[in-house]
Write a protein that binds this ligand. Structure first.
Ligand SMILES: Cc1ncc(COP(=O)(O)O)c(C=O)c1O
Length: 381
């Protein structure tokens, strides 16, 4: 494994393994084998590809190094990573989660966990009092996503960790929006850091992947056992793409973040827009708290159009962004949260949470910001 003391930009490039130990090749090959020879009937480092694969091991080591964990786990998607992390809960447990979070996670918490006998309360986790009030005798974990998606509510990670530790609860943080470069979940005391690596870590909108890492050996052992038992692991080809994407994360994220900031500032003064959600804006509520736990505002922002009727022309006129439910690519991605990323959330819940039909999310890519702005201005009419 690369030296833990290396700085993040170096770790991104050198990761766990930066060359093939057998040939010296500058990239770890795509090991497609499903099984491994057992000399004289004894297993070597690898015995069967669900349990371990050198291409996957590279990204598993990378996330552990980047977040400061003891071991990493790579899954077939961000949702598989969330499901994998939540195998740390048992039937009869109760989980507290945000009311405002990624639609797919909402679906998982409301569809799958109850079937497994795990109760979920969704509350405004940015209010510590709301968490306190939701705690029950069987509460076992608190799930966080900060900044929240799509409304950028900021949760005080340290305060939640403090509260959780006092009560012996596990904390989970979906750190997808920030990546370990901007927000170091485990350093902040979170027990389980989760990433949809489909987004910034992969960075090119060409793969699905999920990563999890933990600082505690015991949790790592349990996750490893469940990862092998459930089998939703990241395949070798996607592992290769992810390892390759991770190498340029710093450059991509910095460029996307600079563009997001420019766009947020310009959108704020645009007459068609009533509100911009971006923690990088000087007057954004929660900005100070966010910057006390993260080193940047990230490359994603949301904005509210004055008129619902402006949505269709916007989606019709813009040429550069992909109009899609995703984020974190080199290309700008524009999402109509109501009908795309948060489609799984019932309409009345979205209305209650303030996710309106007029809300648009932008994941700023690395294009020239002037081209992006000209395109958006054309879309906004
Ligand atoms: C914050 C967040 N978490 C998790 C996921 C799920 O990731 P995946 O699509 O890789 O399953 C997404 C997907 O959009 C997301 O935005």
């Amino acid at each position: 494994m690369a030296n833990k003391n290396l700085r993040p930009a170096t770790l991104l490039v050198h990761q766990g393994k930066d060359r093939d130990p057998f040939t010296g090749a500058s990239a770890i090959p795509i090991y497609t084998a499903s099984t491994y020879h057992h000399p004289e009937g004894k297993p070597g480092e690898y015995d069967y590809a669900r349990s371990g694969n050198p291409s996957r091991a590279q990204v598993e080591e990378a996330i552990a190094l980047l977040e400061g964990g003891v071991q990493g786990f790579a899954y077939a998607s961000g949702m598989a990573a969330i499901a994998g992390a939540l195998t740390l809960l048992r039937s009869g447990d109760h989980l507290i989660a945000p009311d405002d979070l990624y639609g797919g996670t909402y679906r998982y918490l409301n569809l799958v966990l109850p079937q497994q006998g795990i109760e979920v309360s969704q509350v405004d986790v940015s209010e510590p009092a709301a968490i306190e009030a939701a705690i029950r005798p069987n509460t076992r974990g608190i799930f966080l996503e900060t900044p929240s998606n799509p409304l950028f509510k900021i949760t005080d990670i340290r305060a939640v960790v403090h509260l959780a530790r006092e009560r012996n609860l596990l904390t989970f943080l979906d750190n997808t929006f920030m990546t370990p470069l901007l927000q170091r979940a485990l350093d902040l005391g979170v027990d389980v850091a989760i990433h949809s690596a489909t987004k910034f870590l992969g960075g090119h909108s060409d793969l699905l992947a999920g990563l999890v890492t933990v600082a505690d050996e015991n949790l790592a052992k349990r996750l490893k056992r469940f990862q092998n038992a459930t089998g939703g692991v990241l395949g070798p080809f996607d592992s290769f793409l992810l390892a390759r994407g991770i190498k340029t994360l710093k450059l991509r994220l910095e460029a996307g973040q600079a563009n997001a900031r420019q766009l947020a500032e310009r959108l704020k003064t645009h007459p068609a827009i009533s509100r911009v959600y971006y923690p990088g804006l000087a007057d954004f509520p929660g900005r100070e708290l966010h910057l006390s736990q993260a080193t940047g505002a990230g490359a994603v922002l949301s904005f509210e159009l004055q008129e619902k009727q402006a949505i269709a022309p916007l989606l019709e006129r813009v040429r550069l962004p992909i109009i899609a439910p995703s984020l974190g690519g080199v290309e700008t991605i524009l999402t109509h949260c109501w009908s795309m990323s948060h489609a799984a959330i019932p309409a009345e819940v979205k209305v209650r949470l303030g996710i309106r039909e007029t809300l648009v999310r932008i994941s700023a890519g690395i294009e020239d910001v002037e081209d992006l702005w000209e395109d958006l201005e054309r879309g906004l009419g």
